[in-house]
Design a protein around this ligand. Structure first.
Ligand SMILES: *Cc1c(COP(=O)(O)O)cnc(C)c1O
Length: 357
């Protein structure tokens, strides 16, 4: 009980209505003939087409407000979900957003605005392209350098910049709020949750979920399904590091290690951001059984992992398994070219977009 208070007491800037819906996936459960599958609809978070990242941002933006920031700087890929959420949150709280966007191909400005990029442009976010991959050391260093330089320039102009980074322990602490929310919803329906399955990329989401599930002694096992963003050992260590830093920040009696993190990397296909027949089949499966859409980069990979775990009898039939729909839906439109081709049984022109290469 005390631990719930510590997680809940952290200041939050209100960016959405809570709680997000918790639903039973009756048709999908029946179709797969395995455990009872439930879904936590973080795709219905009310900020900018939703996504679990908003939970982290509520705590990070509370800190930005306390520091009287007027300009938010963040590093993200050109079509990433993070910067759409950051730009929308900044607007809602009366700030401006500058996005340092990885542009490995010199692709920006693209001729076709779609998916997240369209949304960022509508939000009027300032996009500063940098070359290089975001998820490599050199790409990250270049982007950080650019972000710091812009921050310095803004300070000289008398502005108050604030850098939003995913390894800020406030971020995972905000994500941890999903756990008491979910537990109270499951108790109302008299359901004992055994597992929580979701897609893991950088690892901040899983850090928050592990922190919440363990510190509150829920007994829920958190399973991350990697989408190939970075190697498993890198992500597992980061998850433990962030979770421990957040626990310390919250004064929670909790510590974990990379070995204790369940992160499965068997479902990454050709790597981060690639789309294949499995991705499409998974998007179609959930749409056709439940009328719910998944995105091709994150949630379809996570669901593909869950479906395979069920098919290989990882769970017991009576288990209750919750899938967190972490959002990302704008990417469905960014990927409309290969999705359309595959739906028409044609070879797609690309399976990995130019903005990720
Ligand atoms: C960012 C994101 C994730 C994964 O979160 P990480 O903290 O990067 O592991 C999962 N799903 C969606 C839709 C996301 O945007």
């Amino acid at each position: 009980m005390d631990e719930i208070m510590k997680i809940g007491e952290l200041p939050r800037a209100k960016l959405s209505s809570w709680p997000t819906p918790f639903e039973r996936l009756t048709n999908l459960s029946k179709h797969l003939g395995g455990p009872n599958i439930f879904i936590k609809r973080d795709d219905l978070i009310s900020l900018a087409f939703g996504g679990t990242k908003t939970r982290g941002l509520e705590c990070v933006f509370a800190d930005a407000l306390a520091k009287r920031a007027d300009t938010i700087i963040t590093v993200c890929s050109l079509h990433g979900n993070l910067s759409t959420q950051v730009a929308a949150a900044a607007r809602k709280l009366g700030m401006q957003a500058i996005i340092i966007a990885r542009d490995p191909t010199g692709y920006y400005p693209p001729h076709v605005l779609d998916g997240n990029l369209l949304l960022k442009r509508i939000l009027g976010a300032v996009i500063e392209p940098v070359t290089g991959e975001k998820n490599t050391e050199s790409g990250r260093a270049a982007a950080t350098e650019r972000a710091q330089k812009i921050g310095e320039e803004l300070k000289e102009e008398g502005r108050k910049p604030y850098l939003v980074v995913e390894n800020n322990p406030l971020w995972a602490a905000g994500i941890a709020n999903a756990i008491p929310e979910l537990v109270s919803q499951s108790e109302e329906e008299d359901i004992d949750i055994g597992y929580l399955v979701h897609t893991s990329a950088y690892g901040a989401t899983q850090a928050g979920l592990v922190l919440g599930a363990t510190a509150l002694e829920t007994g829920i096992k958190v399973i991350g399904i990697a989408n190939g963003y970075e190697p498993k050992r890198v992500v597992s260590s980061r998850i433990a590091e962030i979770a421990n830093a957040s626990a310390q920040l919250l004064g929670l009696n909790f510590s974990t290690s990379a070995e204790a993190i369940t992160l499965l990397d068997d479902y990454v296909g050709e790597g981060y951001g690639t789309i294949d027949q499995f991705t499409l089949d998974t998007v179609k499966l959930v749409a056709e059984t439940e009328g719910i859409f998944l995105d091709p980069v994150y949630t379809a990979r996570g669901m593909l992992g869950l479906v395979n775990l069920i098919r290989t009898r990882y769970f017991k039939r009576e288990d209750n398994v919750v899938f967190i729909h972490t959002g990302g839906l704008p990417s469905l439109f960014g990927y409309r070219e290969p999705l359309t081709a595959m739906l028409a049984s044609r070879e797609p022109l690309w399976t990995k977009p130019a903005w990720i290469r």
